[in-house]
Design a protein around this ligand. Structure first.
Ligand SMILES: [Zn+2]
Length: 412
């Protein structure tokens, strides 16, 4: 099946059954070109030499919502305290371990939604080929004092350890600019409180409308997407009206909001497993966290199914942080999406590839098997676009990132 010798990097596969991120192509000859920093697909053409080995090829998956920095070792630690007692140099290594865990199951792009210099450095190191890892897109958080982002650091902590916050439209613009200068690819805001942050309440308003408008305007002016965290109805409405580019969680979405979101074409990261894990206390959480989550997920499943039927563009976004949801759990989340939304396997797989790529503003280069797209793909045993149950870690035969095999082995 392989078209080149073992002494030079493999840059072609002949006769493999391809699903291209949107639909099934059938037996295909694939060729890609490797440059110093990346690899681009050069040829995708029908093959008259189908392999018949039952292996198929799909684009690398994209998780649009993760938090890479957390304890990746097996040593027990407290979720909120670990980042405060671990040096940034060491945090990079834990982030790399998480990134590589996801890469091993075929997640070739991760978007970190509360990034700072640690994630920017990690992403650059991977981009430069120093270490193997997925593509990392990083959004810097613009939180108000006492907002969802700020509440991850408990009040008694030395102020020098707090993340930056911004109050007032001018300060909000300045923080967006600071993130742009540091290398962020986007901005994260919260339009409601959250579940995991200490003492936070989902019902709290986060930022005034004037502040949110300033953030969105400044981010867009600097070519950055805005991802808006929102659990409550009010928060979801504000996120939608403010022109945010994606809504994260949208847990309490009503039918009316779902119609408006579908009409606007704004993608939603449903973060199903993490909210279930907290509500069902599958991980150590406080009584307050479990009660808040249980409250939010109680009627979520029915409303999300209706929202999917109404055409809401749910994309893969797990909120994986290595504590509540692991970095190899993305495939479980995809299968859960199919079940909860009542989607076909193909529609579900689009949400983890081409549609996730569009959600992160990279429709032209990610999540597709097409000339000009990057050479990020996964070779799978089975046909996951026909049966989503085939999308399972033990069926992953090889993961190719930037044109190079980073897990498993290409079929001989
Ligand atoms: Zn998150």
């Amino acid at each position: 099946m392989l078209a080149s010798s073992t002494s030079t990097p493999i840059t072609a596969i002949a006769g493999i059954d391809v699903w291209d991120g949107i639909s099934h192509l059938g037996p295909t000859d694939l060729r890609w070109e490797v440059s110093a920093s990346d690899a681009v697909i050069a040829q995708v053409s029908p093959s008259d030499a189908p392999s018949g080995d039952g292996l198929t090829l799909i684009p690398g998956l994209i998780d649009t919502h993760v938090h890479l920095i957390g304890n990746a070792s097996s040593t027990r630690s407290d979720f909120l305290t670990w980042p405060l007692v671990t040096r940034p140099e060491e945090q990079v290594l834990h982030g790399l371990a998480h990134a590589q865990q996801a890469l091993a199951v075929g997640i070739t792009t991760l978007r970190d939604l509360s990034a700072d210099d640690v994630q920017f450095s990690l992403g650059r190191g991977i981009d430069k080929g120093l270490v193997e890892g997925p593509r990392i897109l990083s959004h810097g958080m613009v939180s108000m004092t006492g907002g969802h982002g700020d509440m991850f650091v408990p009040p008694g902590v030395d102020p020098s350890l707090r993340k930056p916050t911004a109050d007032g439209p001018d300060a909000c613009r300045a923080l967006v600019r600071t993130w742009a200068r540091a290398g962020a690819s986007g901005i994260k805001i919260a339009t409601s409180g959250g579940l995991l942050s200490d003492g936070d309440k989902p019902s709290w308003r986060n930022h005034t409308r004037a502040e949110i408008d300033a953030i969105v305007d400044e981010a867009h002016a600097l070519g950055m997407l805005v991802a808006a965290h929102a659990h409550t109805r009010e928060g979801i409405r504000i996120a939608l009206d403010s022109g945010a580019d994606s809504i994260e969680h949208a847990t309490d979405m009503t039918d009316e909001l779902a119609s408006a979101i579908a009409a606007a074409g704004v993608p939603i990261a449903p973060t199903l497993l993490i909210n279930d894990a907290i509500a069902e206390r599958r991980v150590p959480v406080s009584d307050e966290q479990a009660a808040s989550a249980a409250d939010l997920v109680r009627s979520r499943d029915e409303r999300f199914a209706a929202a999917a039927a109404a055409g809401v563009d749910f994309v893969l976004g797990t909120d994986a942080n290595g504590f509540h949801v692991g970095f190899g759990d993305q495939l479980s989340e995809v299968r859960k999406m199919a079940e909860l939304f009542g989607w076909s396997a193909e529609r579900t797989l689009q949400a983890a590839t081409s549609r996730a790529a569009a959600a992160v503003g990279r429709a032209d280069s990610l999540g597709r098997i097409a000339p000009g797209a990057v050479a990020d793909f996964v070779i799978v045993r089975g046909r996951p676009w026909e049966d989503i149950a085939d999308l399972e870690p033990s069926n992953i035969v090889a993961v190719v990132s930037r044109g190079r095999v980073v897990a498993g082995a290409l079929p001989a």
